[in-house]
Design a protein around this ligand. Structure first.
Ligand code: MUC
Ligand code: MG
Length: 369
């Protein structure tokens, strides 16, 4: 039986400012959920977002309030092992709130996988891989610093896929910044850009033509999320891969984008999808429509990152890898044992449930009071 649900906000400074077109992050606010069950088993989930309300329509504070006020009363007393039933109740009674739903579903699935003694991936159809390629985002706002950071990551054998955050400056200034980095790294790395919706369609035509010619491999969310028409025209016009990110709020969007032939690649995010099972549905739509897969992040800490890793480990094809580096952007680790990054890959945890444990003493010290 589901006995107790607790939520925590934890403000963690980032290792350097992280500049996106929608926000500059100096800290990340982790939203963590603990579900305690009557059999003594507990599960953890995470609903971290980016930049308060700058990126999505749920803030850390609203997620906490909504789980405490509306989700928890619906769930308390329900049979903890019946995760699908619990989530059906939540999805029926609560509109929107995809991030909060994701955290709750993660915690319930974590608890159930622990109960059954299996890694979470095995409740999601089963893993076909134990490690995932992992990109790093260069977003210091300074070209020379970004190049130095990339060189360091290559040297450490931690990342050889780099995503550059652009869209704040004039299109051609951004292009010059990206191409300088691509020239410095050459064939040693895959260089990709994320515009976070900042361009008009005309900006995108100019920008993508120059980026494609300069050897950039992928263009993420160049235009507004709702502009499927522009995404489809850009996909038609250019050979370089066009990825949908903010345009994807779960399986319905995945289907609409597929029908519009509006993206070459989907960034699968468990929070944006509204949970782990909806994220699997997004991936299924992609597979059926011939769209490539990429494991996306909302810069979560260890819990959300591990949960996404379990999801991605079940994908037969993962052509574009993942960007599951969230914990590495943070100055503090809340897991007892950090996730393992080695040889350009994230190791998918193999223990029970999520396969990671929260350091609850540290959490008590660090949680927002
Ligand atoms: C996004 O839009 O993809 C993912 C990596 C990163 O640096 O920012 C996020 C959000
Ligand atoms: Mg993105």
């Amino acid at each position: 039986m589901i006995q107790y649900i607790e939520t925590f906000l934890v403000d963690v400074p980032t290792i350097r400012p992280h500049k996106l077109s929608v926000a500059t992050m100096h800290t990340q606010t982790l939203v963590l959920v603990r579900v305690r069950c009557a059999d003594g088993i507990e599960g953890w989930g995470e609903a971290t977002t980016i930049g308060g309300l700058a990126y999505g329509e749920e803030s850390p504070e609203s997620i906490k309030t909504n789980i405490d006020t509306y989700f928890a009363p619906l769930l308390l007393g329900m049979e903890a092992s019946q995760v699908a039933r619990a989530m059906a109740k939540i999805r029926k009674a609560i509109q929107g709130n995809r991030f909060a739903k994701c955290a709750i579903e993660t915690a319930l699935l974590d608890a159930q996988a622990r109960r059954l003694g299996v890694p979470l991936s095995e409740l999601l159809g089963g893993r076909v891989r134990d490690e995932l390629p992992v990109a790093w985002t260069l977003a210091s706002g300074d070209t020379a610093k970004d190049i130095a950071e990339a060189e360091q990551m290559l040297e450490l054998r931690r990342h050889r896929i780099f995503k550059l955050k652009i869209g704040l400056r004039d299109v051609m200034d951004d292009v010059a910044h990206v191409l300088e980095i691509k020239r410095a790294l050459g064939q040693r790395a895959s260089v990709r850009v994320d515009v976070n919706q900042a361009w008009s369609e005309m900006d995108a035509v100019r920008g993508i033509a120059a980026l494609e010619a300069g050897g950039v491999d992928l263009i993420e969310q160049p235009v507004k999320a709702g502009n499927h028409g522009a995404m489809a025209r850009l996909k038609q016009r250019f050979d370089v891969a066009i990825m949908a990110d903010e345009a994807l709020h779960g399986p319905d969007d995945a289907l609409a984008l597929a029908r519009a032939d509006a993206a070459d690649v989907y960034a699968v995010k468990i929070t944006q999808s509204g949970g782990l099972l909806p994220a699997l549905e997004v991936a299924t739509v992609a597979r059926l429509a011939g769209v490539g897969l990429y494991g996306g992040t909302m810069l979560e800490g260890g819990i959300g990152t591990a949960a996404t890793a379990h999801v991605c480990s079940t994908f037969a094809e993962l052509a574009w890898g993942t960007e599951l580096f969230g914990p590495l952007l943070l100055t503090q680790e809340l897991l007892r044992e950090p996730l393992v990054y080695r040889d350009f890959m994230l190791q998918v945890p193999s223990g029970r449930g999520l396969g990671v444990e929260i350091d609850t003493d540290k959490l008590q010290v660090m949680r927002r009071k």
